[in-house]
Design a protein around this ligand. Structure first.
Ligand code: PDD
Length: 284
């Protein structure tokens, strides 16, 4: 049984308690972060905490705990649960109050929950076989740049993908790909340039995206931050996704259309190796 962190205490997961009046439960009035664990240490940790503060700020939510304390809790959970590879999830809500659409943040105490998930991140079929995606209309709200727990549509999209025999869904607004159900989306042009949608309210500013783009730039890879259509993606040389829980995942088919030879492409494979090697040097 895992040990989880709930509002100041480390408890067995079965004993963890949150109020039924918590606005996270009633209103999805909550934000979260997911940091990868490699070699028992945290990847890209400062950037995840920075994004947590941004999410909270955009929603007028208080972060009552210091960054140092957050690092301590992350590390303690990794230690207690003996996580070598996997993720630490941080869930923060505005707190509990009588059910009402209106709220007074100052009168509430934010809830803080963290838990771990052990998962093989390096030696996975994603790297060797790649992912098949389908495209679906992006029906999410207009602030996808905030990492909220409103994950119902992404969950339904993922299930649509599974039903269609694929692994994931790429979401599409006005004919252009926004991002994956829980990752950022990229294509590689026949000339070898990486194309990914510019940051805006339509996508989450992925931490993996930011680090990956910085590493790619250092190696002289051309990056085009622009929108791309489903049509362009289906005709691309390669495609891939990035997220804290997958790192870089090559995409081998879009809507049943195989990309190139249907195997993980060289650019995506190299970026995956680059990301892992560089991240491993900077674990905390
Ligand atoms: N998902 N876009 C969306 C919609 C996401 O949910 C995620 C992350 C990303 C990639 O962000 P990052 O590189 O910071 O992980 C992009 C996490 C892993 C999740 O919900 O489990």
């Amino acid at each position: 049984m895992r040990t989880v962190y709930v509002n100041g205490e480390y408890v067995p997961e079965n004993d963890a308690k949150i109020s039924v009046f918590d606005r996270g439960f009633l209103m999805a009035d909550a934000i979260y972060e997911v940091a990868a664990v490699l070699d028992g240490k945290l990847a890209d940790f400062p950037a995840h905490i920075k994004r947590l503060h941004r999410s909270a700020g955009e929603l007028g939510m208080r972060v009552d705990v210091s960054d140092d304390k957050l690092l301590t809790i992350h590390r303690e959970l990794v230690r207690l649960n003996e996580v070598d590879q996997g993720m630490v999830y941080l869930q923060m809500t505005r707190g509990a109050a009588d059910r009402d659409f209106a709220f007074d943040t100052d009168k509430m105490t934010p809830s803080l929950v963290l838990f771990t998930q052990s998962k093989e991140l390096l030696d996975t079929p994603v790297a060797t076989k790649g992912l098949k995606v389908i495209t679906l209309e992006d029906k999410r709200w207009g602030r996808c740049d905030i990492k909220t727990t409103q994950l119902l549509y992404p969950s339904l999209a993922k299930m649509e993908a599974k039903k269609a025999g694929a692994d994931d869904a790429w979401l599409v607004r006005d004919g252009e790909v926004t991002e994956g159900s829980s990752n950022n989306a990229y294509i590689v042009t026949k000339e070898g340039a990486i194309v990914t949608r510019p940051l805006s309210n339509s996508i989450l500013p992925g931490i993996t995206r930011a680090t990956l783009m910085a590493y790619a730039e250092e190696t002289g890879t051309k990056i085009e931050e622009r929108t791309f259509t489903v049509e362009e993606a289906r005709n691309a040389a390669e495609a891939f996704i990035s997220s804290a829980s997958v790192f870089v995942g090559p995409v081998v088919a879009i809507d049943g259309v195989q990309l190139s030879d249907g195997k993980p492409g060289p650019v995506a494979t190299k970026l995956r190796e680059l990301y892992i090697a560089e991240t491993r040097k900077r674990l905390v």
